[in-house]
Design a binder for this molecule. Structure first.
Ligand code: GH3
Ligand code: MG
Ligand code: MG
Ligand code: MG
Length: 313
């Protein structure tokens, strides 16, 4: 994570473009307008091996929810522009069908404040000042709950395709078959082109609909034993069994042209959507999934570089 400082009271922590590992460190979103406390907590929590996105700005925090999938959100009640209550409400509107533990922290420890926090969806309430060790233990407990829920959820709620946590199991299964049946399979990473523009122009709800339509299209246009995983945002991974690189490319090109013909409509404006993909063939048993994803992601990157709406090997 790179930390840079725009202005005195604006701190941003951005990650490099890289394939998220499947055994990623938990990501924590921390919102507090007390910069000294924010920096202190970020440093302390990162000692636990957690990635911490810390910001005093609730708007930044909300947009972060669309770019990343935090495993826990910690919100201070008194912020400059909004209250933590407002942030909790927006958060839970966005996260209707996802479980992301939320911890409210506040100097105001009245019963009414605690009750309202829980009513708005907080999973824990920690009064300031707090003991750091206890704070860490309480976050750990929430991360354990999050990890348990994730392992139980097979299908991603928004898109209806497999949750990324299940990718390694399917990948391993196909790797075993390589040895048994002596055939290869393809792994593809697919990413919608200029999706930010869709969000900006038509709003996040329309963006969500486009993600759903993309997932449905991929599922219904591929063979029954091809599996689609939502890898993050508008990025999907496909495992295509019994398939050579040439066959994989042909199939993805078919998907590419089919999807671009779909017409979306918002406020009587018609628009179409394209995607780019990188594909790799796996024909040896012992290629770690991380390496396969990295290679497919590199190919995706070159597809984006060469103008999008294309497949690269
Ligand atoms: P590129 O062609 O390079 O892929 O451009 P892009 O704009 O699609 O860029 P990128 O893939 O990096 O951005 C994905 C955006 O998708 C960023 C984020 O705001 C948005 N996003 C991520 N998850 C969701 C979601 O669940 N719903 C909505 N509506 N937007 C999301
Ligand atoms: Mg405050
Ligand atoms: Mg994209
Ligand atoms: Mg993307």
């Amino acid at each position: 994570y790179i930390c840079y400082q725009d202005t005195h009271d604006e701190l941003l922590f951005e990650s490099n473009r890289e394939v998220k590992s499947l055994v990623d460190a938990p990501e924590i979103l921390l919102i507090d307008d007390d910069i000294t406390l924010l920096m202190y907590l970020k440093e302390e929590l990162e000692k636990q091996g957690w990635h911490v996105f810390a910001t005093p700005d609730p708007e930044k925090a909300i947009s972060f929810l669309y770019d990343y999938n935090p495993d826990c959100v910690i919100i201070d009640l008194y912020l400059k522009e909004r209250t933590g209550f407002g942030v909790l409400s927006i958060l839970n509107h966005k996260l209707t069908q996802q479980f992301v533990p939320q911890i409210m922290i506040s100097v105001d420890n009245h019963k009414d404040v605690r009750m309202k926090s829980y009513q708005l969806g907080a999973d824990d309430f920690i009064a300031k000042p707090f003991d750091l060790d206890e704070f860490v233990v309480r976050i750990k407990r929430q991360l354990e709950r999050k990890s348990l829920v994730d392992s139980l959820v097979l299908v991603d709620e928004l898109s209806g395709v497999y949750n990324r946590k299940h990718l390694p199991v399917y990948y391993e299964r196909l790797c075993t078959e390589i040895q048994r049946k002596n055939n290869s399979f393809c792994l593809a990473v697919l990413d919608i082109d200029h999706f930010k523009k869709i969000n900006d122009q038509y709003g996040h709800l329309v963006g969500d609909e486009v993600i759903k339509a993309f997932a449905t299209y991929l599922n219904s246009s591929s063979r029954s034993f091809d599996t689609v995983f939502r890898f993050g945002g508008e990025e999907f991974v496909m495992l295509i069994p019994n398939c050579s690189l040439v066959e994989g490319e042909t199939m993805l090109n078919r998907l590419l042209s089919g999807f671009s013909k779909q017409v979306f409509c918002c406020d009587e404006i018609d628009f179409s959507v394209t995607f780019s993909a990188g594909v790799v063939e796996i024909n040896e048993r012992n290629i770690p999934i991380k390496d396969a994803l990295k290679a497919a992601d590199d190919a995706l990157f070159s597809a984006k570089e060469s103008g999008r709406n294309t497949i690269k090997l």
